[in-house]
Design a binder for this molecule. Sequence first.
Ligand SMILES: [Zn+2]
Length: 273
Amino acid sequence: MLSPDLVATLQAVARGDGRVTVLTGAGISAESGIPTFRGPEGYWTVGSREYHPQEMATNAMFRRDPDAVWQWYLYRMGVCARASPNAGHRAVVSLEEILGDRFTLITQNVDNLHLRAGSSPERTYQIHGNVFFMRCAASCSPEIYPIPSRVAPKEKGEALTAADLQRLCCPRCGTRSRPHVLWFDETYNEHFFRFESALRTAVATQLLIVVGTAGATNLPNQVAWVVKQRGGIIVDINIEDNPFARLALAGGDGFSVRQSGGRALPSIARALK
Ligand SMILES: [Zn+2]
């Protein structure tokens, strides 16, 4: 159940022509069983040492040991491939169907579940990339390629095969490819991560729905602040308190919904219909 105030706000937005943006983080995919990989689930042993996700997900680590980084991402790809989109992902698809060009999805998740649920690639900004895709590690072109289907996901401790290494080469120049994700020691850009598009969307957003995001990364914070500064309404959906909930409630016009995305988003879609 949503509060009557929130339902009235959503209905007013639906009647108008303002833009609606949904910003999702790990929380929405946790309901599909995907861990954040920032905690112990993301620890990875290379040789005799255990690495933390903040070390693995770096360009520095890829330069030092590209095979280890690929093994880790192929393991993560397998975890994501075995998971299925949940009611939250499906409700986001409904929101896009209801709102059409008024709608944008900005996601920090690299698990592909939004696209698998049916969100359109055109209106979905995957600001941290997607583990099912790769690109040339030598940047011979800005092209993004799907990881070939014959590259099998890895279990922990499973090595890459010679065939894997061949299939993971850049299709254009034949050197190594790399996972198409934003690493901790890299910066956002427009071509790969829709950085400017996300900020432009924020400027025009009347209603921002933040789902399952803790606010640890830079671009989501910027998006929320821009929306707030320009008088937009923020609805935070999270089972835990977080900085977006406090930002939403500041000024008295936003909402904090202490429910999971799988529970709250279908109600929001019904109210916007
Ligand atoms: Zn290349």
